[in-house]
Design a protein around this ligand. Structure first.
Ligand SMILES: C[S@@+](CC[C@H](N)C(=O)[O-])C[C@H]1O[C@@H](n2cnc3c(N)ncnc32)[C@H](O)[C@@H]1O
Length: 272
């Protein structure tokens, strides 16, 4: 990876997509200078005991977009390394939010070797205030050993003075939003989920340190907020930049739809 150039805050950050390794980029952001973080990291899905995604072989889902991985990251590192990396990322996110700031950190629990792998090892020791259940449409998983998973989680990790916007508390902690299926990125957020999160806060500057196709940025601008987006992939940075100018540029064309029978990340579970 090429060395990251020195960046100045706020000039090089506000309303910008920054292409680079997220921990390195976040280290250049001063303490307490971002109000809110909204993000979904890579889930390390290819490091799996199931054969569905293992080593990119694809199993039954050889047509799935994620079998090809992200454009600049293979989503397959040893579990301990993955946990350490995510904890480093969360530590940076926590450093750069103020005393009334918060992090919405989306992740997925899964079954590994017949046992639930929750993500406690990643979030343990961080100030997790609440777990929001994001109920999605059912995935594709024929494992007879457990019920079809239908949700992901969003950890609300908050500093002591964080408060929701007026009336947002009434949304409750189980949210139902269908997955995004038209986006060219292999694992995009649905815009309405991000709108729920951002509009539930009074934050002004919003960071997504694993920004992908830029959904957090698009919604931040729609709600008259400012954003900072970071992604390691130049292809996704460009995708996000174009999307900001032209929202429909993100939609997969008919030919791409025929090429990629996209099964979302969520559907990639233990397939045995
Ligand atoms: C789950 S996707 C995020 C998708 C995004 N929420 C959206 O709506 O499009 C995770 C992203 O993390 C990026 N990524 C992987 N490793 C990274 C790293 N070291 N630094 C920054 N971004 C990274 C991948 O390129 C991928 O786009």
């Amino acid at each position: 990876m090429s060395k990251l150039k020195e960046l100045n805050f706020p000039k090089d950050f506000i309303d910008k997509f920054i292409c680079g390794n997220t921990v390195d980029v976040m280290k250049q952001i001063p303490d307490q200078s971002v109000d809110l973080v909204v993000t979904s990291p890579p889930y390390n899905l290819k490091n799996s005991t199931g054969n569905g995604m293992k080593d990119g072989r694809g199993g039954k889902w050889s047509n799935a977009a994620l079998v090809n991985g992200y454009s600049n990251y293979n989503d397959n590192i040893p579990h301990d390394e993955y946990v350490a990396w995510q904890r480093d990322s969360l530590a940076e996110m926590l450093r750069i939010i103020p005393e009334d700031g918060a992090i919405f950190y989306n992740h997925k629990w899964r079954v590994q070797a017949g046992l639930l792998q929750d993500r406690h090892d990643i979030v343990s020791g961080f100030p997790v205030r609440q777990i929001i259940i994001w109920k999605r449409k059912g995935g594709i998983n024929f494992n007879p050993g457990y019920f079809l998973p239908t949700y992901e989680v969003i950890y609300l990790i908050a500093k002591p003075k964080f408060e929701l916007a007026k009336k947002a508390n009434a949304y409750g902690d189980v949210w139902e939003f269908g997955q995004e299926s038209k986006n060219k990125h292999p694992a995009p957020f649905p815009e309405d989920l991000i709108e729920r999160i951002i509009s539930s806060t009074n934050s002004h500057i919003i960071l997504d340190p694993f920004m992908g196709s830029g959904t957090t940025a698009i919604v931040a601008k729609k709600l008259n907020r400012e954003f900072i987006g970071i992604d390691v992939s130049p292809e996704y940075c460009q995708m996000a930049q174009e999307r900001l100018k032209n929202p429909s540029s993100i939609v997969r064309s008919k030919s791409q739809k025929m090429e990629i029978n996209q099964v979302s990340l969520f559907d990639m579970l233990e397939v045995k």
